[in-house]
Design a protein around this ligand. Structure first.
Ligand code: XIL
Length: 386
């Protein structure tokens, strides 16, 4: 009897998940029956996506539809970075960021600001500064103007991004070279002043590595001990099918939560492509031109084999199981993109590849991973199969 029941249940589940592979393409159709990601996880954490210019400008209508249905939080993939929003010392471009914030407000989404102080994609004149007082003035001005403009509208800011080396020491960025570690408390204090209600985060990649974890703990303490406010730590999730070991991810979640701050998984995407140079993380300046056009480095240009698809679904399931285990510490899980077609991992660290890192395929259909991640909540004992 139990067997019959379970078989029937599984058949129903399959039918249910099959339907979900074909979302309606019309704007005004009746709402699909499948629960959305954001509603399924609403009691656990918000589910976010990084969004690009085409989505913000509402040109990519399929992506927009998926975004509204499945995500409760948005992060701008590029348009709030220093070089975009403040390309010249006396010029700010708020056109796209205003639209980004309006989109979030219209759809009652949690709006995340990314990012205020980062050595990469920075206003070019900042790299030429040598005087710490002048640099401090520019940092304050930048934070005041950008965070101040959206005061009360941004849920949380990535105040400082990627300030650590892999061994946990502070990165020799232009900020550190000119100002020493004082730029860290300065940035957090200024952000708190510009937007007293916003949550303030430190965000970085490879935050699961033991040495980097210790460095991040030291960094958070340095900010806390300076009297500045820091609300959370963002662990970028640019991960692979095998790496990192989730036991290390778990240790980091626990270590950051023990500091009394929230933990967020901020940039989740899982690469399925070869990585023979043993590189981990997301150092955006790394590029491997010699591999461009090399078919061995781009094995799935015409489609992802079922076996790899299943591996990816299993990996996502294990990852989300861990997130659920620590849902009391994790406040948000943000994917770095909506669909595979526009993921930055098609172009980094080797340009022109075809990657499959997200929950929606190139046409914004839900992949089997989507069903697995939803199934974790609705069918906790399901066995994954294609
Ligand atoms: C990436 C964007 O996705 C790309 O479009 C851009 O060319 C480079 O930056 N860590 C971060 C993100 O904090 O801002 C980066 O985003 C990925 C790594």
């Amino acid at each position: 009897m139990r067997l019959i029941f379970r078989t029937l249940f599984f058949a129903l589940f399959l039918q249910f998940t099959n339907c979900s592979d074909k979302p309606d393409k019309t704007e005004n159709s009746t709402p699909p029956v499948t629960p959305s990601l954001k509603t399924t996880y609403s009691k656990d954490f918000t589910i976010g996506a990084a969004i690009n210019e085409a989505i913000i400008l509402q040109k990519d209508t399929l992506a927009l539809k998926v975004l509204k249905r499945d995500f409760s939080s948005i992060t701008p993939e590029n348009i709030m970075k220093w070089e975009e929003i403040h390309p010249v010392a006396d010029t700010f471009n708020f056109d796209l960021s205003d639209k980004f914030v309006a989109l979030g407000e219209e759809n009652e989404m949690e709006i995340i600001g990314h990012t205020l102080v980062w050595h990469s994609q920075i206003g070019p004149w900042m790299n030429t500064l040598t005087d710490s007082t002048i640099m401090a003035k520019y940092i304050k001005e930048h934070i005041n103007t950008v965070a101040g403009r959206y005061k009360g509208k941004i849920h949380g800011w990535d105040v400082v991004n990627e300030a650590l080396n892999e061994d946990g020491s502070l990165r020799e960025s232009v900020f550190l070279k000119v100002m020493g570690d004082g730029y860290l408390p300065l940035a957090f204090k200024q952000a708190a002043e510009a937007d007293p209600e916003a949550e303030l985060y430190y965000n970085d990649y490879n935050m699961w590595k033991p040495e980097k974890r210790e460095g991040a703990v030291r960094l958070v303490k340095l900010v806390q001990e300076s009297g500045a406010r820091i609300s959370g730590v963002g662990m970028q999730g640019h991960w692979g099918l095998e790496e990192p070991d989730l036991a290390e991810v778990e240790k980091s979640i626990l270590a950051y939560a023990a500091l009394g701050v929230k933990v967020m998984i901020t940039e989740l995407d899982i690469t399925v492509l070869p990585n023979p140079w043993d590189m981990e993380g997301a150092e955006v300046s790394q590029n491997f031109r010699e591999f461009e056009g090399d078919e061995k480095m781009n094995p799935y240009a015409s489609g992802l084999p079922d076996s790899v698809q299943l591996k990816l679904a299993n990996r996502y399931t294990d990852i989300f199981k861990l997130f659920l285990k620590h849902k009391d510490k994790i406040s948000r899980v943000t994917f770095w993109g909506v669909g595979d077609a526009n993921s930055w991992l098609n172009g980094w660290p080797i340009r022109g590849r075809t990657n499959y890192p997200l929950l929606f395929d190139r046409e914004y259909n839900r992949k089997n991973i989507y069903d697995s991640v939803i199934g974790l909540k609705t069918q906790p004992n399901q066995k994954l199969a294609l």
